[in-house]
Design a protein around this ligand. Structure first.
Ligand code: NAG
Ligand code: NAG
Ligand code: NAG
Length: 192
């Protein structure tokens, strides 16, 4: 019985030592902050942004370019499997020549076999006024033919640190030949 007890004690000591070491090494890179106030996290604000996104597929200088597709994409009524990389201008009005406020950069993936639907992974990168250099991150389903439709804001940087919210989209114009589209964005973001 005695040898068993001894080895059990050694084993227990070994495990508690391992456990302690684990806890200790975590404190090497992470610590809980007692005063989030020092980050200015006092009152949450809601900002409404309105702008127009120009998705230019067919032009001399397109802003949305297909980069990949499946062998079956061409025969799919919903273009299932098509991937586009975008760098779409965002302007204050529906006219492309109106003031540029930022760009939408990321990827659109045609990801439904039954309806025209995109999965959007993009950052809205603002370049104007107090929002210059700040971003809103969007990860969302976009039911292209639905008006209005809704996207989720999942985060942000700069002015929009800790952001969350949603964006209502309405198609302003779409040319079914060129697939160039102008979409009205009404974003509602909670941030500090
Ligand atoms: C699909 O159609 C496009 C445009 O018509 C063509 O360039 C491409 O090669 C086709 N892809 C496949 C996999 O058939
Ligand atoms: C924007 O401005 C350019 C050059 O001034 C002009 O050629 C073009 O037609 C304008 N586009 C629109 C949509 O007004
Ligand atoms: C769509 O674009 C094509 C090519 O630029 C143009 O000829 C046509 O008039 C446009 N259609 C509409 C409804 O604007």
């Amino acid at each position: 019985m005695a040898p068993f007890k001894t080895s059990f004690t050694i084993l227990a000591a070994f495990f508690s030592l391992t456990f302690l070491t684990t806890i200790k090494s975590e404190t090497l890179f992470a610590r809980e902050l007692s005063a989030p106030d020092q980050f200015g996290l006092k009152t949450e604000k809601m900002t409404h942004l309105r702008f127009y996104l120009h998705d230019i597929v067919t032009a001399q200088h397109p802003t949305a370019v297909p980069v990949a597709q499946a062998a079956t994409t061409n025969t799919s009524s919903t273009s299932f499997g098509l991937v586009l990389v975008i760098d779409d201008p965002l302007t204050v009005g529906p006219d492309l020549n109106s003031t540029l406020v930022g760009r939408a950069q990321g990827m659109f993936v045609m990801s439904s076999q039954s309806e025209v639907s995109l999965t959007m992974m993009m950052n809205l990168v603002f370049t104007e006024g107090a929002y210059k250099g700040s971003t809103l991150s969007v990860l969302a389903q976009n039911l292209v033919l639905k008006n209005p439709r809704e996207l989720a804001i999942v985060g942000g940087t700069g002015v929009f640190r800790f952001a969350r919210g949603y964006i209502q989209l309405r198609t302003h114009t779409i040319n079914m030949t060129t697939l160039n589209a102008i979409v009205k964005y009404d974003a509602y973001a909670l941030h500090y």
